[in-house]
Design a protein around this ligand. Structure first.
Ligand code: SAH
Length: 237
């Protein structure tokens, strides 16, 4: 009799405490994420979809274990193979510039950790992302799958050629520095689409450029911001 009552009590306790315990676990990085988003907003990112996505994506899952404590700082971090996960402000700025909204089909060149792709996936975009290092492509694919980003597809390929089977795209985002705008990427952008890409000296400072493809004949570019990205490489690794 007593055992049954204790059992019932434990069950009732579990019901009341269970969700709170789970919420606490989910909250472990929530305050840091909130701080990160506040900073991004202070820097001028107004788009609410971008901010909501960055509030939701667990950035600490995208950095190496030894960097977890610094995952929400506003700087890039190394992810191996000489590559980096981009600074949160730059991720937010590029997402806002793309005018990413739910249902958009987006090509990303430079998967890296998969963080930028996850932010776009969180918004509800259908993301096709290519990465030149097989090891990075594989780990990003596994991570995105584990975190439930079923709308992000990763491919090990050289992004200079885009992803012709999935073209045209509503938007293209390049997260490695290019010496010039790869023509295939402009071709694979639908008329009315936008591309954001860092262009310039690959080992110095580049310009973040917005490409607006009004029609096949009318493609305009605009300088947005000086940035520093890792170089866009040639040849699979
Ligand atoms: N978007 C990433 C950060 C990218 S760093 C993130 O959110 O974590 C740039 C990435 O571009 C690196 O992973 C690098 O290996 C990759 N890269 C470089 N040249 C490339 C190319 N030609 N095609 C595809 N990926 C490339």
């Amino acid at each position: 009799m007593r055992a049954r009552r204790i059992g019932a009590l434990a069950f009732a306790l579990m019901l009341t405490l269970g969700p709170q315990v789970a919420a606490q676990e989910r909250d472990a990085y929530e305050r840091e994420r909130e701080e990160m988003v506040r900073l991004i907003e202070a820097y001028g990112v107004r788009d609410s979809a971008t901010r909501a996505a960055m509030r939701a994506v667990p950035r600490h899952e995208f950095v190496p274990r030894e960097s977890v404590g610094r995952a929400y700082g506003d700087y890039p971090l190394p992810i191996g193979y000489g590559q980096t996960i981009s600074q949160p402000y730059i991720v937010a700025f590029m997402t806002e510039i793309l005018e990413a909204t739910s249902g958009m089909k987006i090509l990303e060149v430079g998967t890296g950790s998969g963080y930028q792709a996850a932010v776009l996936g969180e918004i509800g975009c259908e993301v096709f992302t290519v990465e030149i290092f097989e090891a990075l492509a594989t780990s990003a694919r596994q991570r995105l799958e584990r975190l439930g980003y079923g709308n992000v597809t990763v491919r090990h390929a050289d992004g200079h050629y885009g992803w012709v089977e999935e073209a045209p795209f509503d938007a293209v985002i390049v997260t490695a520095a290019a010496g010039h705008i790869p023509p295939a990427l402009v071709e694979q952008l639908r008329p009315g689409g936008r591309m954001v890409i860092p262009v310039g000296s690959v080992y110095g400072v580049q310009n973040l450029i917005l490409v607006e493809k009004h029609s096949e004949e009318d493609v305009r570019t605009r300088n947005l911001l000086p940035v520093r990205f890792v170089p866009m490489l040639q040849g699979l690794r």
